[in-house]
Design a binder for this molecule. Structure first.
Ligand code: ACO
Length: 372
């Protein structure tokens, strides 16, 4: 028996190898810093980089855009189901169910080869935004709007939700947020996807499981909870008292802290800049001012820096997006990272099956029913 190593929550444990991204020395995807990618790239280039291991040339990018455009079709029975799922179901639950249902119509469903998994990842990247936007519109009494060909995923997302053409500034902000959410090493949802496919299950199952993991407020669900913080604080003058009170009651402030980044999340640092610019353009400087006070007090009290969800909740508010779609937008982007991890896991698979430290009773004798 190997030496017993135990770390609650697997904190600090190296649970596998990856060539997709690293948080060491700042976050980078396949060797490119996220600052570089966010400043110069588009989400489609980043998705290609994650899935195909290198940046696309112009022809490869054009072909990817065309494939995504062709794949942005959701079978009618799924759109019907999306219409019929009871009101009040969360958009994350809809995406989780949709990713599972889409498998039934996927021509590669039973093919676990690298090529098939690339095709399936691309299809989900194209289909899930259509599902998200359709459900949002149906829930608000409007008919779904389909994506337009030749537009980026960021532009189409905004277009399908609001049925109007977004400004270049809004498209850029959405695109950057998708780039920053695309990939993050062995986080809980990615690890869940890898565990699932390590049994030689399929990509759609891995992604459905990953969406379930991402939903929780300690992971992706935090970006929606950040809005509760901002709304409860209300105005800059209340911020200090509110934060000190919440921390004194040992409450967690959503959007702060990170399992890996103890000195600061580089994605949050980058997005804060863009958030400031968009706040000016959209007249939300007050909210930026209030957020800055909250950040300062959380730092003074707990030495906790903000994570990506802290600025992204404000960015989405400035884009006019509904809160219930903040975490689903994270899904639309992270499908690229999850797809890359599923492929990497299967390229060199070993069943992920750790051990548990037993804390139950010692061996006991069976008692017949009459004696219990
Ligand atoms: N607010 C207040 N205190 C906090 C926070 C927070 N957001 N985060 C951590 N702490 C405190 C803990 O209470 C603990 O304090 P103590 O030592 O006095 O008991 C200490 O900091 C260490 O915290 P842990 O929870 O042990 O740290 P862990 O690495 O497990 O947690 C996590 C990381 C789950 C992200 C945590 O910081 C948290 O719950 N944050 C809020 C949720 C959030 O924003 N999640 C988004 C993650 S990033 C992403 O998904 C893009």
């Amino acid at each position: 028996m190997a030496e017993e190593i135990y770390s609650p929550g697997l904190e600090g444990v190296i649970a596998g190898e990856t060539a997709i991204s690293t948080v060491t020395g700042g976050l980078s995807y396949r060797g490119y810093s996220i600052e570089d990618l966010a400043r110069n790239g588009t989400f489609e280039e980043v998705a290609y980089l994650l899935l195909y291991c290198d940046l696309p040339n112009a022809q490869q990018l054009d072909q990817l855009r065309k494939r995504l455009s062709d794949a942005a079709q959701v079978p009618q029975p799924i759109l019907n189901a999306v219409r019929d799922i009871p009101r009040g179901s969360s958009a994350m639950d809809i995406l989780r169910s949709a990713s599972s249902m889409l498998a039934h119509w996927d021509p590669d469903v039973n093919d676990n080869s690298r090529e098939a998994n690339l095709r399936k990842s691309e299809r989900l990247l194209a289909q899930l935004p259509v599902v998200m936007a359709a459900r949002y519109r149906l829930a608000n009494g409007k008919e779904p709007v389909m994506p337009k060909t030749g537009r980026s995923l960021a532009e189409n997302c905004l277009y399908m939700l609001f049925e109007s053409d977004p400004t270049p500034g809004h498209i850029k902000a959405m695109d950057v947020s998708l780039i920053l959410y695309a990939e993050h090493e062995f986080n809980a949802s990615t690890f869940a996807a890898r565990v699932i496919v390590s049994t030689l299950s399929d990509l759609h199952s891995g992604i459905a499981g990953a969406i379930g993991a991402l939903k929780g407020p300690l992971h992706g669900g935090a970006n929606e909870k950040v809005t509760d913080v901002l709304r409860s604080v209300g105005k800059k003058e209340n911020a200090e008292k509110w934060v000190r009170g919440a921390l004194a009651r040992k409450e967690k402030i959503m959007g702060f802290g990170h399992r890996v980044y103890k000195d600061g999340d580089p994605r949050a640092v980058y997005l804060k800049e863009l958030c400031g610019q968009l706040a000016k353009e959209t007249g939300h400087e007050d909210l930026e001012g209030m957020a800055a006070v909250i950040e300062r007090i959380v730092w003074e009290e707990k030495k906790l820096p903000p994570n990506l969800d802290w600025p992204s909740a404000r960015l989405y508010e400035y884009l006019g997006l509904p809160v219930e779609l903040y975490t689903p937008l994270f899904v639309l982007s992270r499908v690229s990272g999850w797809g890359a991890h599923v492929i990497e896991q299967l390229d060199n698979n070993r069943l992920i099956r750790p051990r548990a430290r037993y804390t139950g009773p010692q061996r006991r004798e069976w008692k017949p029913l009459a004696q219990r």
